[in-house]
Ligand binder design. Structure first.
Ligand code: SAM
Length: 234
């Protein structure tokens, strides 16, 4: 039973986007995961298939109607695996992390709601008890790119998607730290040499160097992660 992504969106043509390329695209073709879009427009009202209306209380912009979104959610749900979480991409949501990606990869799938305009009517969020997730502290025009960010991070963690050659085990965040710098041939470029320890063939020394670099980078760039890392050490 393949991990299943359902995406409710006004712009189904935005999918699979870059998810159709490289590792995630190959995995999609190989059936390691499935991607279904639910076109919100199809649930719109009247001849013009209206999906939005003006905000109650006034103000700028438009709000997605709860009846229209509700019908789309019911349809998405009918073709989703039981136990797949329902998530609304929203700048007000809980910040997306590698830990959340790891957890979501163990579920049967996910149903993602892409907002547009000023977002969803609050009643639809309350009625379906929808979890809100943000990909960062900035405002995008719509949820489609955010949905693709989440799906990319989750899908690469599904069993069989990454080969051994691209293991996720030593990446940034896997142990709460940022990854060490990487080098490849040529051995010297623009007068810059690869750190000699990496060419020494001494695996223990390489590991020690990588760990030290990883800790140094995390301390310098992400004091928040560094403090959390210190807290998890015994
Ligand atoms: N009025 C909303 C607010 O101030 O919180 C912003 C709406 S935004 C213009 C339109 C849609 O883009 C949102 O409904 C959401 O689906 C998506 N979006 C924008 N920024 C996002 C972010 N940082 N993370 C996830 N989704 C985002």
């Amino acid at each position: 039973r393949a991990w299943r992504a359902q995406v409710i969106t006004l712009f189904p043509e935005a999918f699979p986007g870059t998810l159709g390329l490289s590792l995630t695209g190959k995995a999609l073709k190989d059936g390691l995961w499935q991607l279904n879009t639910v076109p919100l427009r199809a649930f719109g009202e009247g001849k013009h298939r209206n999906v939005d209306d003006t905000p109650a209380g006034g103000g700028a912009g438009m709000v997605l109607r709860p009846d229209v979104m509700g019908a789309a959610i019911e349809t998405a749900r009918a073709t989703q695996h039981a136990g797949a979480p329902l998530v609304y991409l929203s700048p007000r949501g809980r910040p997306f992390t590698q830990g959340m990606a790891r957890d979501l990869a163990t579920r049967p799938g996910i149903t993602l709601i892409c907002g547009r305009f000023e977002g969803l009517d609050q009643r639809v969020i309350d009625h379906f008890n929808i979890a809100e997730v943000s990909i960062g502290d900035y405002v995008l025009t719509g949820g489609e790119i955010a949905a693709q960010v989440m799906l990319d991070a989750i899908v690469r963690l599904l069993p069989g998607v990454l080969g051994n050659a691209e293991s996720a085990e030593e990446e940034s965040f896997s142990d709460g730290l940022l990854e060490h710098p990487q080098y490849t041939r040529p051995a010297e470029w623009q007068g810059r040499a690869i750190p000699p320890v990496l060419l020494s063939g001494n695996h223990g020394a390489v590991e020690t160097w990588r760990r030290a670099e990883s800790e140094k980078l995390t301390q310098e760039r992400r004091p928040d992660l560094w403090q959390a890392h210190l807290g998890t050490e015994d």
